[in-house]
Design a protein around this ligand. Structure first.
Ligand SMILES: Cc1ncc(C[n+]2csc(CCOP(=O)(O)OP(=O)(O)O)c2C)c(N)n1
Ligand code: SF4
Ligand SMILES: [Mg+2]
Length: 277
């Protein structure tokens, strides 16, 4: 008799969906990491809402995750998520967003959400490029990269999105690559439980658009091996000098601050104060 093997995460999917994601894209690893984190935390999927923007990363929860998913305009996912969280504070809100979405058009929403310490978990897929639209330069693309829109090399220095989040006030921030899927999943678990703005940056392979810039077109395995070889855990960086850290990806849990007022709690407090008058 044929044994039917069911994927343990199948229960989180809406049914048979045709994916638009290219073979070898890091979005698959990130999608699994999010769902495994939720599964291990034993959270009711209906108590979670996802928000995503326009970009390949937007297709991580939409339309496949079988819970509430808002697939909104480019650069506005954190703004929509803020509205959602304020309206239904008991909902856990997870935002799946691209590096372009986060650092360019959505930059203001990003830094102000971090400053306000609103209880959102933002999973930012940093493939260092505008993937979906054809490989244009993003605010995260390394200096001197030849992209569709920078044929002579990018002359702008890239943002470090995690450091930007921390500087703006994020109370939890972690960075991993898709190579470190287990620690990524563990940090997502912590981020979901964290009361406040949590930011998870995932350096992720786009073998189609970014792959061609770095000479690894359609070669996700080499991109993953590159992440493996060039990642350094934050704990080890204390003993390394600037030269040793050049071109390294610093991974790990970068910040965790507790007891900082969270926005929806602050609003509750303010309401009580106003009602007393
Ligand atoms: C207001 C607006 N501006 C521009 C676009 C075009 N656009 C769609 S996705 C995208 C960039 C996607 O890059 P990123 O956010 O890094 O996501 P990725 O596809 O790499 O996951 C752009 C510029 C749009 N859809 N809407
Ligand atoms: S273009 Fe890049 S980021 Fe987009 S689905 Fe394909 S591999 Fe993934
Ligand atoms: Mg991108």
């Amino acid at each position: 008799m044929n044994k039917i093997i069911k994927h343990p995460l199948e229960k989180y999917f809406r049914g048979k969906i045709n994916y638009t994601t290219c073979p070898g894209c890091g979005n698959g690893i990130i999608s699994q990491s999010i769902l495994r984190a939720i599964d291990e935390l034993v959270i009711n999927f209906d108590d979670i809402a996802f928000v995503s923007g326009i970009g390949c990363s937007g297709w991580i929860p939409s339309p496949s995750f079988n819970t509430d998913v808002l697939h909104v305009t480019h650069g506005r996912s954190i703004a929509f998520a803020t509205g959602l969280k304020l309206a239904i504070p008991q909902t856990k809100v997870i935002v799946c967003v691209g590096d372009g979405d986060t650092g360019s058009i959505g930059g203001n929403h990003f830094i102000h959400a971090a400053r306000r310490n609103i209880d959102l978990t933002v999973v930012c897929v940093n493939n260092q490029i505008f993937g979906m639209t054809g490989g244009q330069v993003a605010p995260t693309t390394p200096y001197n990269s030849k992209t569709t829109t920078t044929p002579y090399g990018s002359i702008e220095r890239p943002f470090d999105l995690s450091n930007l989040a921390i500087a703006a006030g994020a109370t939890f921030a972690a960075r991993w690559t898709t190579y470190q899927a287990r620690p990524l999943k563990n940090s997502i678990k912590k981020a979901i439980l964290h009361k406040g703005f949590s930011f998870i940056e995932v350096i992720s392979q786009c073998p189609v658009q970014y792959g061609k810039i770095v000479g690894m077109r359609n070669d996700p395995v080499s991109m993953l091996m590159n992440y493996k070889e060039n990642s350094v855990n934050i704990r080890k960086t204390r003993n390394m000098n600037e030269n040793e850290l050049k071109d390294k990806i610093i991974v790990g849990e970068l910040v965790e601050k507790k007891n900082i007022p969270e926005l929806t709690e602050e609003i509750k407090r303010l309401r009580r104060k106003a009602n007393k008058r």
